[in-house]
Design a protein around this ligand. Structure first.
Ligand SMILES: NC(=O)c1ccc[n+]([C@@H]2O[C@H](COP(=O)([O-])OP(=O)(O)OC[C@H]3O[C@@H](n4cnc5c(N)ncnc54)[C@H](OP(=O)(O)O)[C@@H]3O)[C@@H](O)[C@H]2O)c1
Length: 315
């Protein structure tokens, strides 16, 4: 299928463009606000067409738009792409809040096209194994979950420091911890408690939250202000499962440890698996595994509750 990349984004270059090609599809065009930037990016990444946003969305040869804009650009440009008759794979977090998810769902319904939030990590086989273990009951009743996703964000000009673009650690990396806990719990939390530390520009550089799933809790830490760390631990009455790299797929030797016994996985590119699934859904060969109305809306409602508690601008 022909893909159009909306924005000369770092993540597209690093992950999605290689994944689209590995899936056997074509990166047909890239668009940027500045045409020269689009041309430079196209030439660097061997992409045939460099366009404006409007040209990209209107191009009749493009089937799927990948939206890796700053978080504040996810809703408006995804809606535009749907109105132009394109399928859209949109970066996480899907929108800035749950009301925006509902607006996107309405646009999707009118268009009849496929939209999915690009949580690539879910497509790594370790996640299927994790869910198999939890659902088999071998951990016993769940008691607690712990997850962290942190790193040091050095570049002061990064989009993640700007509250107008939907910056902050919770939107950026905390959303992964919430998502994986929702997957494991199989439901939304009944209550949320959260605390954050903010920068002078009013984005959270560190957020900690407790998600109360009614009978067990999930504790998460998200930060831009400490060294890199990521993990998930799920503790039940009879067992513990631990993932040392739940949110990256390549080059991190993902290991799942069940009651002290490690299980390793072949190197699998979760981005490629996600792209392949999305293309099959766009062709109508399978239903989208994580539809907005069953998945992203619940996710956004939890993010809303945390952001409200910590006093993120606009909540
Ligand atoms: N799935 C993953 O593994 C993963 C990893 C990293 C990031 N992400 C997500 O991907 C998205 C982009 O992240 P990134 O690190 O790739 O970002 P990035 O390269 O810094 O920026 C992405 C694009 O945003 C546009 N942009 C930059 N500053 C802007 C501004 N002030 N106003 C409006 N648009 C602006 C630019 O578009 P132009 O090229 O048109 O100028 C840029 O190409 C985020 O939503 C992030 O959460 C996902």
């Amino acid at each position: 299928m022909n893909w159009g990349i909306l924005g000369a984004a770092n993540i597209a270059q690093k992950a999605l463009i290689p994944a689209i090609r590995e899936a056997g599809s074509t990166v047909f065009a890239v668009a940027a606000r500045d045409l020269q930037r689009a041309r430079d990016y196209a030439s660097h990444n061997q992409i045939e067409h460099a366009l404006s946003y409007d040209e990209l969305l209107a191009h009749p040869d493009i089937d799927i738009i990948y939206n890796p804009l700053p978080n504040s650009g996810h809703l408006p440009l995804t809606v535009k792409a749907l109105e132009a008759g394109k399928h859209v794979l949109c970066e996480k977090p899907l929108t800035l809040n749950a009301a925006e998810v509902q607006t996107m769902m309405a646009a999707q319904q009118v268009s009849g096209k496929v939209v999915m939030e690009a949580f690539f990590y879910r497509f790594h086989p370790q996640i299927q194994r994790l869910l198999e273990i939890v659902r088999s009951g071998q951990l016993g009743e769940l008691r607690t979950m712990r997850s962290a996703f942190t790193f040091t964000l050095g570049n002061p000009d990064d989009i993640r420091w700007d509250p107008r673009l939907g910056g902050g650690a919770f939107y950026d990396v905390g959303c992964y911890c919430v998502d994986i806990m929702r997957l494991v719990a199989g439901k939304a939390p009944v209550a949320v408690q959260a605390v954050a530390q903010f920068t002078e520009s009013r984005v959270d550089h560190t957020t900690s939250a407790l998600l109360d799933f009614g009978g067990f809790v999930g504790h998460l830490d998200a930060s831009f202000a400490v060294p890199f760390e990521q993990f998930l631990t799920v503790v039940g009455a009879h067992g513990v499962v631990h993932l040392n790299a739940p949110f990256v797929s390549m080059g991190h030797n993902a290991t799942l440890t069940l009651n002290g016994l490690p299980e390793t996985f072949d190197e699998v590119n979760g981005y490629t698996q996600m792209v392949q699934h999305f293309e099959r859904a766009a062709r109508g060969e399978e239903t989208v595994q994580y539809p907005l109305h069953l998945d992203s809306l619940d996710q956004a409602r939890i993010l809303d509750q945390v952001l409200k508690q910590v006093g993120y601008p606009g909540f």
